[in-house]
Design a protein around this ligand. Structure first.
Ligand SMILES: NC(=O)c1ccc[n+]([C@@H]2O[C@H](COP(=O)([O-])OP(=O)(O)OC[C@H]3O[C@@H](n4cnc5c(N)ncnc54)[C@H](O)[C@@H]3O)[C@@H](O)[C@H]2O)c1
Ligand SMILES: O=C(O)[C@H](O)COP(=O)(O)O
Length: 598
């Protein structure tokens, strides 16, 4: 049973990753970097990470226009080939002669590119934030590091958002086109004022908060919706965090700044447009996919949306001419990051990251996982999956409006504290906690950096168990403190959101939610449901799901005492419809429920 031994790591006290080196003096291909300062790590001395044997002078292919300062910086270290507008075939031909490739969003770095490189391509640099144009899985499989430049274009994107907001309100683009066409339509292009109007900033991250700050300067009343942003950061710039429904219902202007994730995909759709104030105006400099573009055309035609200003589209260049040609739409060709200053900043940021990586340094903005030695990975593999899934579950249990700041992870193990390297597990928990709510990509390389950047403090604790030290871990427990939960039963007696899991037969299982014992394999998705413990509940829920052809993969009931409260955990292979979830909620004995995507 659990005995003493606890160690705490506070992320905010850890030195920057950039102090670690990827260069190795040991020529092992099965190398692995461990946090030099981690008090919980293996007694084994892993050699540091080896990426490749360096050539005398590497070659860097710059496939899209990059700021001069960045190109000059690259030239000090490498042969630089600036070749723009390459066809996919030309890129595949050239790549076998290159050690690094730098792109923006316009070049697809596909699996074929990595395959064609013949193993020479070691680093892909994305001169910007989004890496949806880079096949990350293929990069990792080919041992190619991908780095990006996540901060240098924030202000440019925010300024473009404000430019679109003001241009839209005063019909600048439409009026300009009409004057150039020889017309003088002073009555047609009467605009609307911004001062005193309510702007809802959807996504209060790097770009969103800069937009909010600027809109306050224009005299607007700014509210924001971001389920994961800390209220104190919003308060500091005089912005009130509100629910999604409140934001869209009360806004005169809506500005989108959230990442494109399964949860935000088409978040503006027929249903949500119907909840908006008639005549609302919308700006999108985030990603096209957060709007259902057909629904936007309908909302524009119906006058629900008076105007839209769009920099990003689901498909770029956009194929839907109906949307782009709509007279109440202002469109720009993904120009958010396109200022001289941002492009210089991005160019320097990416050039430094690429040169650093080619020199064997560990990049703070790496977005894919480094290779981990096969024997370590095979032992930890099921726990790695468990760690990420517990992180994902825990963050989805957080109620909107609560900022996640403090997380405690407890590892239950019979192994001696120095015989278990938890760095990979911690990174995966961090990945699970952050990725569902952000545009950040988290891996072993950048987990601590990303957590620190977001003000997320992760404390680790060991619970030393009696028994066989054969398996590295008995359980992992993740607790989030100082937050409300959308599923009150997930709160422990001391008020933290608590989930705990174990690996059974190689498969991660959820074994505890709050104070309730459950047992459900962490595959597919889960419905958690608290009900009065009485006969027939499993059947009632099961038949609602079967009517929808939703396959139940696992079901377990945990209860405090017979005929009192029970928690039912139901694993489902398909996503239940909103209607069927509503019907589950309407079963009289059901007290609360939540649907969680793993
Ligand atoms: N148009 C351009 O050229 C351009 C330039 C830079 C960034 N971007 C895009 O802008 C977006 C924001 O970038 P960033 O750098 O500010 O990212 P960020 O990660 O700093 O901020 C994103 C914020 O969205 C929040 N969020 C997550 N899910 C949400 C939800 N369901 N509802 C509301 N908020 C949610 C997160 O908590 C986070 O605070 C990204 O989509 C990025 O790709 C576009
Ligand atoms: O993801 C980004 O950084 C922005 O969308 C900018 O993309 P760009 O580099 O193609 O302008």
């Amino acid at each position: 049973m659990a005995a003493s031994a606890s160690t705490t790591i506070n992320f905010s006290t850890k030195p920057s990753h950039t102090s670690l080196s990827w260069k190795s003096h040991l020529s092992s291909s099965s190398a692995f970097a461990v946090a030099a300062d981690s008090p919980i790590r293996s007694h084994r001395q892993y050699p540091r990470f080896v990426i490749f044997a360096m050539r005398a002078k590497p070659t860097v292919l710059v496939a899209e226009k990059l700021g001069e300062a960045g190109v000059n910086l690259l030239k000090e270290f490498a042969d630089v080939d600036c070749s723009y507008n390459l066809t996919p075939e030309e890129l595949c031909t050239k790549i076998s002669l290159c050690d690094a490739l730098i792109v923006r969003s316009g070049t697809k770095v596909s699996r074929e590119v990595f395959e064609s490189s013949g193993g020479r391509l070691k680093v892909v640099g994305r001169a910007g934030v989004g890496i949806d144009n880079v096949d990350l899985a293929a990069a990792t499989e080919h041992g190619c590091l991908v780095v990006n430049a996540p901060t240098a274009n924030t202000v440019a994107a925010a300024e473009h958002g404000i430019a679109l907001l003001t241009a839209m309100a005063r019909n600048i683009a439409q009026a300009d086109a009409s004057v150039k066409a020889g017309k003088w339509l002073r009555n047609k292009y009467v605009g609307v004022s911004l001062v005193g109007k309510t702007l809802a900033v959807m996504g209060f991250g790097k770009v969103g908060s800069e937009v909010a700050r600027r809109a306050k300067g224009l005299g607007m009343h700014v509210i924001a919706h971001d389920p994961y942003a800390p209220a104190d950061r919003a308060r500091a710039i005089g912005v009130e965090l509100v629910s999604f429904d409140e934001a869209i219902a009360s806004a005169d202007f809506i500005s989108l700044h959230m990442p494109l994730t399964p949860a935000t995909n088409k978040i503006l759709n027929d249903e949500t447009f119907a909840k908006m104030k008639k005549g609302v105006r919308i700006v999108n400099v985030a990603r096209g996919g957060v709007i259902d573009e057909d629904a936007l055309v309908r909302a524009l035609d119906a006058g629900i949306v008076a105007q839209a200003a769009l920099d990003v589209f689901t498909v770029e260049p956009p194929k839907d001419s109906k949307l782009v040609q709509h007279e109440n739409v202002t469109a720009t060709p993904h120009l958010g990051a396109s200022t001289k200053e941002a492009q210089e900043g991005v160019a320097i940021e990416i050039a430094e990251a690429v040169v650093g990586a080619l020199n064997g340094e560990l990049a703070a903005t790496a977005v894919n996982a480094p290779m981990v030695p096969a024997e370590v990975l095979s032992e930890l593999k099921p726990y790695v999956a468990l760690a990420e899934k517990l992180g994902r579950l825990a963050v989805q249990l957080v109620a909107g409006g609560s900022g996640v700041k403090s997380v405690k992870v407890t590892y239950g193990s019979a192994r001696a504290p120095d015989d278990l390297d938890t760095r990979l597990l911690r990174a995966m928990i961090t990945k699970g906690l952050i990725e569902p709510i952000s545009s950040s990509f988290v891996n072993l390389v950048n987990a601590d950096f990303t957590a620190k950047q977001r003000g997320l403090r992760i404390a680790e604790e060991r619970s030393l168990l009696n028994g066989s030290p054969e398996s590295p871990l008995e359980f992992i427990q993740v607790q989030i403190s100082s937050v409300d939960s959308k599923f009150a039963s997930a709160l422990s007696d001391s008020g933290e959101i608590r989930v705990e899991g174990r690996v059974k037969d190689g498969i991660p299982h959820l074994t505890k939610v709050g104070s309730f014992e459950v047992d459900v394999s962490l595959e597919g998705s889960i419905i958690l449901c608290r009900q009065v413990d009485q006969p027939g509940m499993i059947g009632k829920v099961g038949s609602i799901l079967s009517e929808e052809n939703v396959n139940v993969s696992f079901m377990s009931v945990g209860r405090i005492a017979p005929r009192k409260h029970a928690i039912m955990a139901i694993g489902v292979d398909e996503e239940p419809t909103k209607e069927s979830l509503k019907r589950i909620g309407e079963i009289s004995a059901v007290e609360e429920f939540v649907y969680l995507k793993i």
